[in-house]
Design a binder for this molecule. Structure first.
Ligand code: EZ4
Ligand code: CO
Length: 399
C-alpha cells in the first residue's frame, strides 16, 4: 500500500480548522487534525511545503517509522507547529490502518476499557446569577461535571467568560484585562456560592489559564480546598516544571496541566515527581495518537490520569481521536467536551455520539469522521487571533 496524495484543507465553519487528508493507491483515505488556534497557516504551510512531499510513495502502515522520521528527520524538534503537523499525519495513518482492518480505532488500541467516556462542560457567568444559569444549562444538557469560570469584580473581560470567550476573534486580538489579587479574593467566594447552590456531589473544575506564580497558586489551592474541586487547571505557566513542587507541597487540590505542552519532555519532572494529577495534552498538539498513548502509559506509572484537551478549537477529527484513546486506556480520567456548531458537525460528519454527558466513538471503521470538502470550501479560512491580556497598568500578562 502506498500514499499517493495528501492535501491540507482549511475551513472556517464558524472558526478555523486545518485538516490533512491522506489518500492511498487502494482508495482508503485518512484524516488528521492540524488546527493550531490563531496560527493555522503556519501548520498548513509546514504540512504542504515540507511534509506532504516526503509522504508521497511511502507505506501508510508504517506509522511509528513515519512519526520518528518526521520528528528526528526535521532536526528542529518539538514546538507547537511541528508537533501539530506530525499529529495530523499520525492520526490520518491510524485512521487508514483501522479502516483497512475494518475496525474502529479503539479496537487497535487494545479495545474498550469502559462503556463510555465521561466529559465535563463549560459554565461561565459575569456574576453569580449568570453563572448559576449557565451551570443549570450544562446540567440540563447532561454534563456530569462542570468547569466554572467567572468574571472578576472591577475587570471588563476575563478568560473563559462569554461573550469574551477564548474564540479567536478577528484580525486584531481582543484585549482582556487582569488583576491577580482581585481574582484570588473573588474565586473562593464563587465556589462557596456554587457549592451552597448545587451541593457537595457535583464535580467542579476551574482553569486558572497560566496566570499565577507558584506561591499564588499554592494559596489559591489551599483556599479552594473546602470546595473539593475535581481539579485546578494550568495554575502556573508550567514551562517551569519545578515551580509545581511549591504548589504541590502546600495544597491537596488536584492539579491538571498540559494543554500547551507538545512532547513528553514537558512532563518529565511533573510526572516522575507526581506533582500533578491529570495530563491535559490534546492529540492534535502532542504529535498524535502514538505519543499521547506513550504519555498516558508513563502517567499511569504514577497514578496520574488522562484529561485530553477538548475545546472548540480541536476539530471533530482531533476530538474523535481523543475519544478512541479515552475508551481504550486504563488510566482515563475525564474528557473536556465543548461541543460544536451544527455547521461544523455538517463539515465533519462523525460516528461518535454525545449522550447524557458521555461520549462514545461509535463502531465505524477508522476514526469514524468524514470531511465534506464542498461545504468546507464554502466556508473559507478567516484570519483570527486569540485575545491578549493586560494588567491594570497596561503590562502584558499571560493569557
Ligand atoms: O484557551 O483552546 O481548557 N481549555 C482551554 C482553552 C484554550 C484554547 C486556546 O486555543 O484553556 O479554552
Ligand atoms: Co485550559
Amino acid at each position: 500500500m502506498k500514499i499517493v496524495d495528501a492535501r491540507v484543507v482549511l475551513t472556517s465553519p464558524g472558526r478555523n480548522f486545518v485538516t490533512l487528508r491522506i489518500e492511498t493507491d487502494e482508495g482508503v483515505t485518512g484524516l488528521g487534525d492540524a488546527t493550531l488556534n490563531g496560527r493555522e497557516l503556519a501548520v498548513a504551510s509546514y504540512l504542504r511545503d515540507h511534509v506532504v512531499p516526503l509522504l508521497m510513495g511511502s507505506d501508510p502502515h508504517r506509522i511509528e517509522d513515519t512519526w520518528q522520521s518526521l520528528y528526528r528527520g526535521a532536526y528542529w524538534r518539538r514546538g507547537p507547529v511541528t508537533m501539530a503537523a506530525i499529529a495530523a499525519v499520525d492520526v490520518a495513518l491510524w485512521d487508514i490502518k483501522a479502516k483497512v482492518a475494518g475496525l474502529p480505532l479503539y479496537q487497535l488500541l487494545g479495545g474498550a476499557s469502559r462503556e463510555r467516556v465521561r466529559t465535563y462542560g463549560h459554565a461561565s457567568g459575569r456574576d453569580i446569577p449568570e453563572l448559576f444559569d449557565s451551570i443549570r444549562a450544562r446540567l440540563a444538557e447532561g454534563y456530569p461535571a462542570i468547569r466554572v469560570q467567572t468574571g472578576v469584580p472591577g475587570l471588563k473581560l476575563v478568560y473563559g467568560v462569554r461573550p469574551a470567550q477564548d474564540a479567536a476573534q478577528g484580525a486584531r486580538p481582543v484585549v482582556e484585562d487582569w488583576d491577580t489579587a482581585a481574582y484570588l479574593r473573588n474565586l473562593p467566594k464563587v465556589f462557596d456560592a456554587v457549592r451552597q447552590e448545587f451541593g457537595p456531589g457535583l464535580p467542579l473544575l476551574h482553569d486558572a489559564h497560566h496566570r499565577l506564580t507558584p506561591i499564588q497558586a499554592a494559596r489559591l489551592g489551599k483556599d479552594l480546598e473546602p470546595y473539593d474541586l475535581f481539579w485546578l487547571e494550568d495554575c502556573t505557566p508550567a514551562e517551569n516544571q519545578e515551580g509545581l513542587r511549591l504548589v504541590r507541597s502546600h495544597t491537596t487540590t488536584p492539579l491538571a496541566i498540559g494543554e500547551v505542552f507538545n512532547t513528553v519532555f514537558d512532563y518529565q519532572t511533573l510526572i516522575s515527581e507526581q506533582l500533578i494529577d491529570y495530563v491535559r495534552s490534546a492529540v492534535t498538539h502532542f504529535g498524535g495518537v502514538s505519543p499521547l498513548r506513550k504519555l498516558f502509559d508513563f502517567a499511569a506509572q504514577h497514578q496520574i490520569k488522562s484529561a485530553v484537551h477538548g475545546p472548540e478549537d480541536i476539530s471533530p477529527v482531533g476530538m474523535a481521536a481523543a475519544i478512541h484513546l479515552d475508551l481504550a486506556i486504563h488510566n482515563f480520567g475525564i474528557q473536556e467536551y465543548a461541543g460544536y456548531t451544527e455547521l461544523t458537525d455538517a463539515v465533519f460528519p462523525h460516528a461518535y455520539t454525545f449522550t447524557d454527558g458521555h461520549l462514545h466513538p461509535g463502531e465505524a471503521p477508522g476514526l469514524g469522521v468524514g470531511l465534506d470538502e464542498e461545504l468546507a470550501a464554502a466556508h473559507p479560512y478567516e484570519a483570527a487571533y486569540l485575545p491578549i491580556n493586560r494588567l491594570q497598568d497596561g503590562t502584558i500578562h499571560d493569557w
